[in-house]
Design a protein around this ligand. Structure first.
Ligand code: OGA
Ligand code: NI
Length: 205
């Protein structure tokens, strides 16, 4: 499947992951796919299929002070054409990652996420809270017409020569962000507008 990412762009992405531990890829999802996935998300949310996300592995529990998102896992064997296209795009990206970064990604898991107005997700690492096989975190945003005043940025905490810097990334439609799950602490800042995404993990065997 054509991901709209040519070899040169893919190489720039994997170089950035190798050197900085993260990458930001705009237009990872084309507009039609953003629209299709957004409709599914909203319909499933309205039907009550989402649940409040929690924290902790052995004692998973909802903790709204820590994270306020609602989530719904995407079925691996979905028959929805938009979800199939989404998973195919991810698969071809993973193929490239494995070829160029030797990451050994074998499986993936993804959920829809909605942050209602006034919610956030405190600073955290993705890996320890639930699954040690999580190698890379990958988030695709579905928010059209997002402006800075809407908040809801992803903050990545990077360390350069021992000095911590914060990189803020707006959750704009079509944008994909990926980073090393066990290394990069991050946070979702308070959102002033409903914030939709597909969040997932690329996992080793
Ligand atoms: C997560 C997470 C970031 C985002 O779900 O673990 O950190 O930008 N999400 O939605
Ligand atoms: Ni996270």
């Amino acid at each position: 499947m054509n991901t709209c990412l040519d070899e040169e762009v893919l190489n720039a992405i994997t170089d950035h992951i190798a050197s900085e531990g993260f990458a930001i890829v705009d237009h990872f999802l084309p507009e039609t796919l953003v629209e299709g996935l957004s409709k599914i998300l909203e319909n499933k949310y309205k039907s009550g299929a989402f649940h409040e996300a929690g924290i902790g592995k052995s004692t998973y529990h909802v903790a709204k002070d820590t994270r306020g998102d609602h989530v719904l896992w995407i079925e691996e064997n979905t028959v929805d054409l938009f979800e199939i296209e989404y998973l195919a795009r991810v698969a071809s990206f993973v193929e490239h990652l494995n070829r160029s970064c030797y990451l050994g990604i074998r499986t993936t898991e993804f959920h829809y996420a909605k942050y209602p107005i006034g919610t956030h997700y405190n600073r955290h690492l993705d890996r320890f809270q639930s699954d040690s096989r999580r190698k890379m975190s990958m988030i695709c945003y579905l928010n059209k017409d997002w402006v800075l005043a809407d908040g809801g940025e992803l903050a990545l905490y990077l360390t350069e020569n021992g000095v911590e810097t914060e990189k803020r990334i707006s959750p704009i439609a079509g944008r994909m962000v990926c980073f090393e799950s066990d290394v990069l602490e991050h946070e979702v800042l308070l959102t002033n507008k409903e914030r939709n995404s597909i969040t997932g993990w690329l996992k080793t065997a």
